[in-house]
Design a protein around this ligand. Sequence first.
Ligand code: SF4
Length: 703
Amino acid sequence: MSMENKIRYLTCGYCSTGCNMIIKFDDKGKPIVRANLDYPVNQGKACPKGFQLLSHLNVDDRATTPYIRDHENRFIPITWEAALQEFVGNFKRIQNNYGKNSIAFISTGQITNEEHAFLGALAKFGMGMIHGDGNTRQCMATSVVAYKQSFGWDAPPFTYEDLEKSDVMIFFGSNAAISHPVIWWRIQNNLNDPTVVVIDPRKTETATDEITSLYYPIKAKSELYLLYTIANILIQNNWVDGEFVNTHTSGFKEFKKHIAKYTLESTARKTGISEEQISKLAEIIHKGKAVSFWWMVGVNQAHQGTRTAQALINLALMTGNIGKPGTGPNSITGQCNAMGARIFSNTTALLGGYDFTKESDRNTVAKILGIDSGVIPHVNSASYEKILEKIKEGKIKGLWVVCTNPAHSWINSNEFPEIVENLEYLVVQDMYYTTETAQLANLILPAAGTGEKDGTFVNSERRIGLLQKVLDPPGEALSDFDIFNRVADTWGCSHLFKRWTNPESAFQVIKKLTKGKPWDFSGIESYQMILDHGGIQWPYPSSKNKKTDTYRRLFDDGVFYHEDGKAQFLYDDILPYPEEINQDYPFILITGRGNISTWHTHTRTGKVPLLARKLPKDPYIEISTTDAKNLGIEENQWVQVSSRRDKIKVKALIGGRVKEGEVFMPMHYKETNKLTFPIFDEYSREPGYKFAAVQVKKDFEPI
Ligand code: SF4
């Protein structure tokens, strides 16, 4: 397909900021990527990953044909027809032998809305699966549950314009300067001279950025103490917006009683933040005219993540900082389409935000899709870690992994290859045949990447953005959408998807699923309309009197989604550290992002020289100068880091960003998750990647 002389628009396929890029072509037909100046999200800006958006496509280890593992353990290229027969034949055999629920899928936050919906509908309505989850469980499940419980719906209330309207901004567990750089850079447009407070155990790039006014070096996983104490100080000083609390919330009285026990003195000890600093923060929040609270995985990936996110929501509610410009308890999402997965993945909620367990919901979805409601499961899926447990127990025997790399990214990743041993068939659908997970597969299906297909994403501020195909996928690789279509054909359930002929026709179907829901975007007429508007935030219903401003926040009417229209104060007792720190394992390991140019498992960014050079080749930990001195460790020396699960060899980077007693390791190295501790938030089942007890030694024991 020749694209010369055409201009294409492409929403970035890395983070959830949702920047839009313009693609032009030079005389030789080579695409040139520029940031879209007119797009309301990025306004001509992009980070290094965005500018290299197409550079990971044309690389040597692209899967350009399906591959099957032969008897000698080699991957052999095969035709699509043979691959689909293999896939369907094995999955049907497994179902015949072990029952319908013995096959499952694990997907991603990086495919389009149309692909999410297609995969979820195909797997559950066509192939009869009950269990399917996604890697969004690893980063965003906590925010989903926190909002659902507090507001009655998974509804991040903000718009990026709030970054420019706040006068106080609290960034909690978010290294936005490198994880969501364009979101962070938008604070530069703020004319209120905002006080920007960063709270993080590690002195990150965000903590030290020139935009930041104050940095709070909190002890790892002591956040709830700080947040409950601040709430208590606000109450003690009568710094509560009583009118808002009385009219628009419930549970405040009980919350007030619960947090009365969190005092300055004990919290200063628990958090490592002085009493004066804690009081000062409460005062800053009180004095702010428009206060916004922003968080990311530093909050979400924790054993009490949901309650921590809700502690931030509680602060916004009790000070009336919601629904007005520059305010909000605002969760920044991770992957480019994690927000779309929240609506359409058909995993723990029925497609479009319905409930698998309600007959009326199943009937509604069936009617919209034009299918028999009898094909829709009556129960929710197990969560990611429970799916893996079922594999361990031999209850799930066939797994379809789409666009994710759990052998690297799953918590305590040592276990993943062992778990997979229990499967009879593992299908991996990915752009590359070299990922750690693809290497374990029986069958690899070659998929297209962002830039090689059409579709839509939803970004952190609920904006639906468009992706236009720029290049053809290489060889026999197909878009995930086309792969799902072919699987449906081979499985014999393509009659369910007669209207899903291409991504835009699927969009026309799935937008109807949102009608009447808080995320209703049934008013979007076409892909062209998304393009013309510079992306469209949900809600965008079809009714004539809808709000159509470019930037829209939720709850400006103070009405929430619970039946009584009120937001709820939610809280719990604080649990002890997830893993014991003792003499044998005296350090807390924190994991996180290494730099602005590296994305997650480094599967894509590792193939782009301009990005790859930012991540040191050898895995490393950051360790404080004092701890390094005490252990006799020198800069760049190889050291052994061990947890109760494994030992790894890394280089020591001394000083700088971590406190005594804490060490940091970027999540991008496959070694990192060999050490992480598999604990899960009670409500969201999100893994707690941010706390593991480890030992650091300069002497090596046999590994
Ligand atoms: Fe892409 Fe995020 Fe960078 Fe924007 S900030 S260019 S969306 S990775």
